[in-house]
Ligand binder design. Structure first.
Ligand SMILES: [Zn+2]
Length: 243
């Protein structure tokens, strides 16, 4: 592979290319970090990174990223939505891709969209949250063959932040969030910003969205527009054929 580690102290921007991502991982490795899992019994300590992927856009991009990580001996956690209009986990090829990701040594988790059940940021009861989340964990578990326990909330409302739930492992619970560093690649913001302006935290959770990283840099607006058109085309085609 051609990608050398990046000089994190000099980093002012990152191109959202798979090669740049690989170089970023190599620099974490060179800095001595190891990669761990979302395990409440074994919270991250100094020198550990919790690498989390929210799959909002593309299972194919997730698999490509998972393969790269495997080559580097990096383990991470892939979080999938049951409610995304851009992919359907019940399609056999998607279920196969997810099983492949587990075979590569990564963990599978649920990406949960509160807006599927509740309006905007209205806070539901803890029982109601637990019931809906465990329902979805059960379905995801049947699809991937083993029930996941970790849950990441999609576009998290404030009431899920820094909170632990008894029934499942919240990736925004204090041991994984407020007690360590937290960084995210959301909206391709590293295109013109240093991901680590204050240096590397002792331990941190890193959220990377696989759908934003391609073989060559593609602006997020272009990625989203293409998926929007494709999804609209599928919906229109379905209704058109009904006559
Ligand atoms: Zn999301």
């Amino acid at each position: 592979m051609t990608e050398s580690p990046l000089d994190l102290a000099e980093l002012s921007s990152v191109e959202y290319r798979l090669d740049s991502y690989t170089a970023l991982l190599r620099s974490f490795r060179s800095a001595g970090y190891t990669f761990s899992r979302f395990d409440p019994a074994d919270p991250p300590e100094t020198g550990e990174i919790l690498l989390r992927h929210d799959v909002d856009l593309s299972i194919g991009r997730a698999l490509a990223m998972a393969e790269r990580e495997r080559e580097l001996g990096v383990r991470s956690t892939y979080c999938f939505l049951l409610s995304a209009p851009v992919y359907d986990l019940t399609r056999p090829q998607n279920a196969r891709a997810i099983r492949r990701i587990t075979k590569l040594g990564h963990d599978i988790a649920l990406h949960f969209d509160t807006r599927t059940y509740w309006v905007a940021d209205d806070e539901p009861s803890a029982e109601s949250v637990a019931a809906k989340v465990t329902d979805e964990l059960d379905v995801l578990g049947r699809l991937v063959g083993e029930e996941p326990s970790a849950v990441s909330f999609h576009i998290p409302p404030s009431w899920v932040l820094d909170r632990s739930f008894e029934e499942f492992t919240n990736t925004y619970a204090p041991p994984f969030f407020s007690r360590i560093g937290y960084r995210s690649d959301s909206s391709q913001k590293w295109t013109d910003a240093d991901p680590f302006p204050d240096g590397l935290p002792d331990a941190f959770q890193l959220l990377v969205h696989p759908g934003l990283w391609n073989a060559t840099h593609r602006p997020m607006a272009e990625i989203v527009d293409a998926l929007r058109q494709q999804t609209h085309g599928q919906v229109d085609g379905y209704f058109d054929r009904l006559g």
